[in-house]
Design a protein around this ligand. Structure first.
Ligand code: DGT
Ligand code: CA
Ligand code: CA
Ligand code: ZN
Length: 576
């Protein structure tokens, strides 16, 4: 069994134990082990073989035995049993904001609630408010939470979609009959959340590929299966559509199934205006069809430059491509470093040195450390003394690194309720940069929340605004804030705005990034990493930036390291 799948089983095991009301330490052990597997220094099978897995923090003796069992047999009977005996609707309750395992257990024990539908019925009947430890306010929040979940439906995070699609696209590409194959749909456009997975391939004869596809081990249910297309439901409940075409149709199919629907409609209109018809198989005029080997050919045939998938939302990209080549969008390899990372000084899992080394391994030249500030007790916020101690340690490490790498001293300062920061000015002046973020009192009325954040971004000691809307994709709405007013204030103060690249956040979103850029705000792509592997989330932030049409010039950490150093120093000097 693959390492990522093992991690997922352990994680799910922890969750199942939680909703069953098991000892929290036992549940945590599974989640921790899953996290440890996510950032192993080398190959799992190798680490099992040479015994080094036993030394990984978070993996005890019993956990080790379970991992070995999963790796070798692909099964963990305790997991299968638990999964079988837990009502599937129970785990779904964890998605309700504010409902933790303890509350779920009470709801299950006292009201026999086993699904979202049960929960809604109980809430509407006023039964939740009557439960000990709940009350009317909690009941209202739970009902609002259910409405939110219904609104987002069955969509999944991009990170999960990528993990699910990887073995499938690999299997399709491995099939000897397949000439070309690509993941398309919203995942290729790097949308924040994904409805279903779409794959297109070309082959002289698609049928055998489809036969193989519907028989893959990841497939739980076949929804449709014809000679050129099939739809399945994967074991994790997500739908996957596969379509096969002849190779001379491939560019058209790839383009069509990449979407978006709105982009397709605009392209079809454009084709019609030029005397063609365009569909998923061809571009043709009454007299002949136009051969296109690639999407570039297809765009060229309609008088357009190539449009990257991330821009295909009919938000002006066609007009842009009409005027000439689209300026290059920012790429992961443009990033020279990043800010807003946590270490074990606050709520991160890795040491300063481990984070620095992981950044260096990923080709970054500097890393900004921004552990939590003192009010963030829930996240191990640093006291003034701890900050000074951390600075010493960073200085020591920087000496060791010499010119090869640099750690910047930053903080993720809470924005307090009145918009002020969480440390005295003298201390703030000692940081290379300050990320300011809201972590409390999400329920403020719009005007107050806007004033609070505007005040923070207008503070000359703030270098960048962290996760500006506070949303958690598929889990929590943004707090009520006028982001346009915040963007305007940031533009006036020369404060940067973060694109938080954590796949659960993707905050600022692409639409507001566009507006921020138009007003001259510089964006900065930050992973909000809490472990070394969290640095890989940068890629998701790059996706947001590309959807917003940002090039390297619009992104602070796509600048050369020397320029980054100079600009940070200048901003510090200006404020002191
Ligand atoms: P999703 O799955 O909700 O995250 O979003 P998409 O964009 O992947 O949508 P999906 O899977 O329904 O369809 C894949 C692509 O197929 C879509 O992006 C564009 C194309 N498509 C689907 N339905 C239509 C349609 O009715 N008209 C046109 N022009 N294109 C369509
Ligand atoms: Ca789709
Ligand atoms: Ca689809
Ligand atoms: Zn934060």
């Amino acid at each position: 069994m693959e390492t990522s799948r093992i991690a997922q089983v352990l994680d799910e095991m922890g969750t199942l134990l939680e909703v069953r009301g098991e000892n929290p330490f036992r549940c945590r052990a599974y989640h921790n082990a899953a996290q440890s597997l996510g950032s192993l220094p080398s190959d799992l099978s190798e680490m099992i073989a040479n015994g080094s897995l036993a030394e990984v923090p978070g993996i005890g003796e019993t956990m080790l035995a379970k991992i070995v069992q999963l790796a070798t047999t692909g099964h963990l009977p305790a997991f299968d049993e638990l999964k079988h005996s837990t009502p599937p609707g129970l785990v779904a309750l964890l998605r309700v904001p504010g409902l933790g395992p303890k509350k779920i257990k009470t709801l299950h024990d006292d009201l026999k609630i086993e699904s979202l539908a049960d929960l809604r019925a109980a809430g509407e009947a006023g039964k939740i408010a009557a439960l000990k430890g709940f009350g009317a306010k909690t009941q209202t929040k739970i009902l609002e939470g259910i409405t939110f979940i219904e609104k987002v439906g069955d969509r999944i995070l991009q990170s999960r979609a990528l993990r699910l699609v990887a073995p499938i696209i690999a299997a399709v590409r491995e099939h000897p009959a397949v000439i070309r194959a690509e993941v398309c749909g919203s995942l290729r456009r790097r949308k924040e959340t994904i409805g279903d997975l779409d794959i297109v391939f070309s082959a002289e004869e698609p049928a055998p590929v489809l036969d193989r596809f519907v028989a893959l081990p990841e497939v739980a249910q076949v929804l449709a299966h014809g000679p050129t297309k099939a739809s399945v439901r994967l074991a994790e409940g997500v739908q996957c559509d596969l379509r096969g075409v002849a190779d001379d149709q491939y560019a058209f199919a790839l383009h069509y199934f990449t979407g978006s629907k709105e982009h397709n409609i605009a392209m079809r209109r454009r084709a019609i205006a030029r005397g063609y018809t365009l569909n998923e198989y061809s571009l043709s005029s009454p007299s002949a069809s136009v051969a296109c080997q690639t999407e570039t050919d297809l765009y060229a045939a309609l008088g357009l430059a190539y449009i990257p998938p991330e821009l295909r939302e009919d938000v002006g990209e066609i007009e842009l491509a009409e005027r000439g080549p689209i300026p290059p969008l920012v790429e992961r390899s443009d990033l020279t470093g990043t800010f807003h990372c946590h270490t074990d000084w606050s709520d991160g899992g890795a040491t300063l040195k481990e984070m620095a080394e992981a950044a260096r391994e990923r080709g970054l030249k500097y890393l900004g450390i921004a552990d939590h500030s003192r009010s963030a007790a829930y996240a191990g916020g640093l006291s003034v003394e701890r900050v000074r101690a951390q600075w010493k340690e960073i200085d020591r490490l920087n000496e060791e690194f010499g010119s090869s790498f640099h750690l910047y001293k930053g903080t993720e300062s809470d924005i307090l309720a009145d918009g002020s920061l969480d440390f005295p000015d003298e201390l703030l002046d000692g940081f290379d940069y300050v990320v300011a973020s809201v972590h409390s009192q999400f329920g403020m009325p719009r005007a107050e929340m806007t004033e609070r954040i505007v005040r923070a971004v207008s503070n000359p000691r703030v270098t960048m605004l962290g996760h500006p809307s506070g949303r958690l994709l598929l889990a929590r709405d943004a707090y009520d804030v006028d982001l346009d007013a915040v963007i305007d204030a940031a533009a006036r103060a020369g404060t940067m705005i973060e694109i938080n690249a954590n796949p659960h956040r993707l905050d600022l979103d692409a639409a507001h990034c566009r507006r921020a850029r138009e007003r001259g705000v510089v964006l900065v792509i930050n992973p909000d990493a809490h472990s070394t592997s969290g640095l890989d989330d940068l890629e998701y932030g790059v996706g947001v930036a590309r959807r917003a049409g940002l090039g390297p010039d619009h992104v602070f950490n796509a600048s050369a390291p020397g320029i980054v150093a100079r600009l940070l120093a200048k901003r510090r000097k200006d404020r002191c």
